[in-house]
Write a protein that binds this ligand. Structure first.
Ligand code: ZN
Ligand code: ZN
Length: 84
């Protein structure tokens, strides 16, 4: 995990259920619905916004990426980790 854990209020964007940490992607941490990818397509990517040193998260849904980026209240260090 590159960043701090996502706040517990961040839920699956598809079904509203819990998220499970999956793996580090190129730009950030990927979380997927705890029900599993076959049961639910919802996922969240936790990354640093381009040109900033702020981290946040965005919903990942098929054909709808990137969605609105929501800044985390609890900030991790984002230097050199921006998404271009
Ligand atoms: Zn779900
Ligand atoms: Zn964060």
């Amino acid at each position: 995990m590159k960043f701090h854990a996502l706040p517990p209020e961040v839920k699956c964007p598809s079904c509203g259920g819990a998220l499970a940490y999956i793996r580090v992607r190129k730009f950030g941490d990927l979380y997927q619905c705890a029900r599993g990818a076959k049961a639910c397509p919802g996922a969240v990517l936790h990354y640093c916004k381009a040109g900033t040193t702020r981290c946040g998260w965005t919903r990942v849904l098929e054909a709808k990426f990137p969605d609105r980026w929501i800044e985390c209240a609890d900030q991790a260090l984002c230097a050199d980790r921006s998404m271009d």
